[in-house]
Ligand binder design. Structure first.
Ligand SMILES: Nc1nc2c(ncn2[C@@H]2O[C@H](COP(=O)(O)OP(=O)(O)OP(=O)(O)O)[C@@H](O)[C@H]2O)c(=O)[nH]1
Ligand SMILES: [Mg+2]
Length: 210
């Protein structure tokens, strides 16, 4: 019998590092050279096949990186099962911003959250300011997943989400409160960051707007 699990994933990072572009590549396999900056946040879903019997449905909150939206972020990372914190390999300052998001997640997100640090824009490696060694060392120290990708070429993009899917706790006990939260339906302060086993739902929620 096939099993389907649902997890809430949030993208965080400085404006223009390519969060929306990574999601657009992952969900629709498209790329825009001129993307509008995100306002508030965008919601998309995508399903990946983990193995013959298991699919993972990601409910993705793509947050706005502009400073004026910063105070909204907790609403999106609260009860998230996983976070992709993005920096631009051609901008050292964007790694600093990523570190600050990671510190905030470590303090305020669910303790079981899986965090991936992702360096985007590897197609611009001639302008690289952040070395792989520097980012990888930091990720190891903080016990984070680390990867690089290019939303433009698509290189490494599926790998980021697949690597996260493989780390998610599929056998964890489910709770109704956590289930509601993982669907983005709860703004409560707690509720855990468990994924939702969709086989145990009476009807699968249909939140796909992609
Ligand atoms: N060369 C290159 N450009 C990219 C890549 N990813 C995104 N961009 C460009 O970078 C710019 C910003 O991308 P967005 O995806 O809008 O960035 P964002 O992080 O969502 O920005 P906010 O919504 O403001 O937080 C756009 O012009 C994209 O075309 C990439 O992998 N390579
Ligand atoms: Mg965006």
């Amino acid at each position: 019998m096939s099993r389907q699990f649902q997890f809430k994933l949030v993208l965080l990072g400085e404006s223009a590092v390519g969060k929306s572009s990574l999601v657009l590549r992952f969900v629709k396999d498209q790329f825009d050279d001129y993307r509008e900056s995100t306002i508030g946040a965008a919601f998309l879903t995508q399903t990946v096949q983990l193995d013959d019997a298991t699919t993972i449905r990601f409910e993705i909150w793509d947050t706005a990186g502009q400073e004026r939206y910063k105070s909204l972020a907790p609403m999106y990372y609260r009860n998230a099962n996983c976070a992709v914190v993005v920096y631009d390999i051609t901008q050292s300052a964007s790694l600093e911003k990523a570190r600050s998001w990671i510190r905030e997640l470590q303090r305020q997100a669910d303790p079981s959250i899986i965090i991936a640090l992702c360096g985007n824009k590897t197609d611009l490696s001639s302008r690289r300011q952040v070395t792989q060694e520097e980012a990888q060392k930091y990720a190891e120290e903080e016990n984070l997943m680390w990867c690089e990708a290019s939303a433009k070429t698509g290189e490494g993009v599926q790998d980021v989400f697949m690597a996260i899917a493989k780390k998610l706790p599929l056998s964890a006990p489910q709770s109704q409160k956590g289930a509601a939260a993982a669907r983005g339906g709860s703004t409560g302060a707690s509720g855990g960051a468990r994924g939702v086993d969709l086989n145990k739902q009476t009807a699968a929620p249909d939140g796909c707007n992609c």
